[in-house]
Design a protein around this ligand. Structure first.
Ligand SMILES: [Zn+2]
Length: 220
């Protein structure tokens, strides 16, 4: 068996310590180390001081880096999710408010706003032929009833796209005979003059509204 020089072993040692040599080389190196105290010591030193500590440090650094990245990534993912949910809620709420909140009076149109006497005149129903309205506002005066209905973006434009209006949806209000109403006025009456509400000022309210129904006087 040929003797291998310490120089050759010295060249191979880093690879050997790293475990990056073939079985044959490993066997050769080990055979040499078994006989050569100098190279054996060199190999041990290399293992202790150089190779292993470096590997462990690198591995530890990699692990902690990966863990940090993982934590950061998880935090970021949670933050992104929370922000997305908040933005979505805000957006939906904003769209909802924009569709629901702004109301405008449905203008008087004799073909659209109509009055029916029901139950042999025991009640009077005011309806809107255009389907569902948003809200209605009424004021019971001395002998007249003042009212108007409103639309918002939802009832005016969105709902009609998919909702089929039923006859009962058209109803704005029903006034019973006991309420002793002889006249019904339709129109926006609470805007007021000079910023004051018209409640109670029936003369002014009549000027700003339309008389849409008068009770026939029943002869005794
Ligand atoms: Zn040697």
């Amino acid at each position: 068996m040929s003797k291998i020089s310490c120089n050759v072993i010295g060249d191979l040692l880093p690879l050997y310590v790293d475990g990056a040599v073939s079985e044959d080389t490993k066997k050769l190196v080990e055979e040499h180390l078994a006989e050569c105290a100098d190279c054996k010591k060199a190999a041990e030193d290399m293992r202790k001081e150089l190779v292993l500590p470096v590997h462990e440090t690198v591995r530890a650094a990699e692990t902690s880096f990966l863990q940090k990245m993982k934590k950061t990534w998880q935090k970021r993912r949670i933050r992104t999710a929370v922000i997305s949910v908040a933005v979505t809620i805000g957006l939906v709420f904003g769209i909802y408010m924009a569709l629901i909140l702004p109301e405008w009076t449905i203008p008087y149109d004799p073909n659209m706003i109509y009055v029916e006497e029901l139950d042999e005149g025991r009640c009077v129903m005011v309806s809107y032929a255009g389907g569902r309205h948003c809200s209605s506002y009424g004021y019971m005066g001395e002998d007249g009833y003042y009212l108007y209905a409103t639309h918002n973006l939802w009832t005016a434009y969105i709902e009609p796209l998919f909702y089929k209006t039923r006859p009962e949806d058209c109803q704005i209000t029903t006034i019973l005979d006991e309420e002793n109403v002889s006249k019904i006025y339709y129109g926006e009456f609470d805007k007021g003059l000079d910023g004051y509400s018209l409640y109670g000022q029936e003369d002014e309210m009549q000027k700003q509204t339309h008389l849409i129904w008068t009770r026939d006087e029943v002869m005794p």
